[in-house]
Design a protein around this ligand. Structure first.
Ligand code: SF4
Length: 302
């Protein structure tokens, strides 16, 4: 029997000050309150994290790349160190927002399985690295937000203090759409991947549009059913697209990983996918700027 690799994505906080236009934060905040509970933690504690790990086998990788910039939780560096000491394989994807230099020096020698630095975009409306108060200027017919000195300083700091994961295949600089024009110089020294966006199973809207056409529907053929997302209270949602928390499958504070994996719901979804998958655009290639306009909200820079 083929055994698929398991990972869990860690979401240590609900709500993200990067407010990237392609990230359904308003859907997540609303649905977390409705579906998990207004009285539940929106910031994961180190204690909850340790409790969840106490039931998680070491072959399950931990991806600090959930529905939020992980360093917006001040306890994330300690979670990373604890997980590494316990022997988990760790992926980190960060925009560097919320990261302190002293914390970077504490975690930089972790032997990350993958290390992704998500840089500011020139295509999409975001607050990654943006100078406050916001200064907007025009470049090549597009509106662009100035980046801050603090952001340059942190980028330079981690480049000069690389630790493990630097200069190897597992380091990845990337951005969504095109790179911010003020970061162009980086491309002379590093490869910068330009990734595309999708509607996150239509969660970019509070109410979803229609299902994806049958020929583009990947339900039942997607390995992301093995990459559930751990929320601040210990709940597990389906995958990276489930910002609306349509498929909350269990909770690692209340039950064991074994009970979770062997529940009828999880077994069925691993076989045939979930209803959310019918709205998922993971398998759809449409993400050019013109088509993306259908998902833009009024007032966003374009
Ligand atoms: S919602 Fe999309 S990414 Fe998530 S499991 Fe279903 S098909 Fe895969």
């Amino acid at each position: 029997m083929i055994k698929l690799k398991h990972n869990i994505e860690i979401t240590p906080k609900i709500g993200c000050s990067n407010v990237c236009e392609y990230c359904p934060q308003s859907t997540l905040i609303k649905r977390y309150k409705e579906r998990i509970g207004g009285d539940k933690d929106t910031m994961m504690t180190l204690e909850t994290f340790k409790k969840c790990l106490s039931t998680l086998p070491k072959h399950v990788g931990l991806n600090f790349t959930g529905y939020v910039e992980p360093f917006l939780n001040p306890e994330t560096p300690d979670m990373l160190l604890y997980a590494y000491e316990q022997g988990y394989s760790i992926l980190l994807n960060t925009t560097l927002m919320g990261l302190k230099k002293s914390d970077w020096m504490k975690i930089k020698d972790i032997n990350f399985r993958e290390l992704h630095i998500h840089l500011a975009s020139g295509s999409f409306d975001e607050m990654i690295g943006v100078e406050i108060p916001v200064k907007i200027y025009e470049k090549d017919g597009k509106k662009v937000k100035s980046l801050s000195e603090d952001y340059y300083d942190m980028l330079n700091f981690i480049i000069q203090n690389p630790g493990n994961g630097w200069g190897q295949y597992k380091l990845d600089f990337h951005c969504l759409g095109n790179l911010h024009p003020e970061l162009d110089e980086l491309k002379r020294h590093f490869y910068v991947g330009e990734r595309q966006v999708n509607s996150r199973a239509m969660n970019i809207l509070i109410e979803k549009k229609g299902k994806v056409p049958p020929e583009e529907n990947i339900r039942g053929n997607c390995a992301r059913v093995y990459q559930n997302v751990l929320l601040p209270d210990g709940s597990l949602s389906l995958c990276c697209q489930d910002y609306g928390l349509d498929e909350v499958l269990g909770n690692l504070v209340e039950s064991t990983w074994d009970e979770f994996e062997n529940s009828e719901t999880v077994k069925r979804i691993r076989e045939e996918g979930a209803d959310l998958c019918d709205y998922c655009e993971e398998g759809v290639t449409y993400t050019d700027d013109a088509t993306w306009q259908q998902w833009r909200r009024p007032g966003q820079l374009s």
